[in-house]
Design a binder for this molecule. Structure first.
Ligand code: IMP
Length: 430
């Protein structure tokens, strides 16, 4: 993926999240100098399997598992300090050296304990099916100009004023939800003062560091979280997360100029999953959906919730390709389909007499349409040991060829298992 001209690459989910971004970041981080998270927060759960070990990273970029790679949490992320330090301590216990390799933007906003309270209590009325990590309320405070940024930890007096304001807003909302829970200023101050020195030690002006790195020819991998269909603008609003998950958000959320981005790799599963509520046109609410869930171990890495499963939806991924300007696709979990006797690709949405080819904004329409499927033979052979496209069964190759032409974006990688080595690089570089 990286070469002399392509130095900054964004990894972005092109469905509803959980596409296997962690694995691709892990594979590509080998050639990267920096790996940067640009949005979301501890709602993400990026899983990386190395040998017998598996790591689930919620806030720290997956590149941390490669010694020597610098990792950064950008200004677009909402950072939960408590879970960040739990994650760092666990990595250190597992022998991963984090010291001096992890940077946090001093402009990143903090997820406070009261954001998590509000997130959980607001679910009763909103029913988005959030992860409960305080993500939405933290971004609401950011947009409401009352958020707390990492840099604010430098000034205890100002910090107290901001915490007071944050607690007041949270308490107003908790009262409105009919919750008996309340945010407490002293408790919040104690919690934040406990982590402040450690967080400030990681804080830096990340935009400057990345700008210098890019100028000196470093390769930068931007690690998106969630997926394009969960983007606050382009996703199935209001059943979305609160950040810009798409490539446009990578520039804003890392503090790098959009013109510094050279390529965007869209990660897709060979089928579709979604966790939480909201439209999922190709959902299989059947025994087959249950079978795919079991075969693919489709349970949320952050919340453990069962994921909803369905066929690959080329309307969705074509849309994601356009919005993100994808230069390539990585198709993951092809092996999950190995035992099926036939497989389907959704090619359009039937609404009355019309067949839609573009993903609609209207979620009522999305709930009412019926997907148009193209059926193909299954391959009924294991693909797990394939390391080149030629190693794949003919029917699997035909499936990928059709998927590629429907989405109109070249496939660059195919993942055929959870392990690092279970990957096909379609166009390996020397
Ligand atoms: P929030 O990001 O916790 O506010 O949740 C909003 C929506 O995004 C819910 O439907 C979540 O299930 C979904 N979501 C958030 N993070 C992820 C993720 O990392 N993978 C998949 N879905 C996610």
């Amino acid at each position: 993926m990286f070469d002399t001209k392509t130095r900054t690459v964004v990894i972005v989910g092109a469905q509803w999240g959980d596409e296997g971004k962690g694995k691709l970041v892990d594979v590509l981080a080998e050639r990267a100098d920096w790996v940067v998270r640009y949005q979301g927060g501890a709602n993400a759960g990026h899983t990386v399997h190395i040998g017998e070990d598996s790591f689930v990273l919620h806030q720290i970029p997956s590149g941390i598992l490669h010694g020597g790679v610098r990792c950064a949490i950008g200004n677009g992320v909402v950072l939960d300090p408590e879970t960040l330090f739990t994650e760092i301590d666990e990595l250190v216990k597992d022998g991963i050296d984090v010291e001096g390799r992890l940077y946090v933007s001093d402009r990143a906003h903090l997820v406070m304990p009261y954001h998590k309270l509000v997130d959980k209590e607001s679910e009763a009325s909103k029913a988005i099916g959030t992860t409960g990590r305080g993500i939405g309320p933290a971004y609401e405070d950011k947009a409401g100009r009352r958020g707390i940024r990492v840099v604010d930890l430098r000034h205890p007096g100002r910090l107290r004023e901001l915490v007071q304001r944050g607690c007041d807003t949270a308490n107003m909302r908790l009262e409105r939800f009919g919750s008996a829970q309340r945010a407490d200023v002293e408790q919040t101050m104690t919690a934040i003062e406990r982590v402040a020195p450690r967080l400030l030690a990681l804080a830096d002006d990340l935009g400057v560091l990345l700008h210098r790195a890019v100028k000196s020819g470093a390769s930068v991998l931007m690690e998106g979280a969630q997926g394009s269909l969960l983007d606050v603008d382009h996703g199935t609003y209001p059943f979305v997360t609160s950040s810009s998950t798409t490539v446009g958000g990578a520039a804003t959320g890392a503090g790098l100029a959009p013109t510094a981005i050279h390529a965007a790799l869209g990660i897709v599963k060979a089928y579709t999953t979604r966790v939480g509520n909201g439209p999922l046109p190709t959902e299989l609410d059947t025994e087959l959906g249950e079978r795919i869930r079991k075969l693919g171990n489709e349970y949320g890495a952050t919340t453990g919730r069962p994921r909803r499963c369905g066929w690959f939806d080329s309307v969705v991924v074509r849309y994601a390709s356009r919005v993100n300007g994808l230069t390539g696709l990585a198709v993951t979990k092809l092996d999950v389909l190995d035992t099926l006797d036939r497989v389907a690709l959704c090619t359009g949405y039937r609404v009355g007499d019309d067949v839609l080819q573009e993903f609609p904004a209207d979620i009522t329409a999305l709930e009412q349409l019926s997907p148009v499927y193209e059926w193909m033979d299954g391959w009924q052979q294991s693909t797990e040991s394939a390391r080149t496209i030629a190693d794949l069964p003919r029917a699997a190759r035909a499936y990928l060829d059709r998927l590629e032409s429907l989405v109109d974006t070249p496939i660059r990688y195919v993942s055929v298992g959870t392990r690092r080595d279970q990957i096909i690089d379609v166009a390996p570089q020397g």
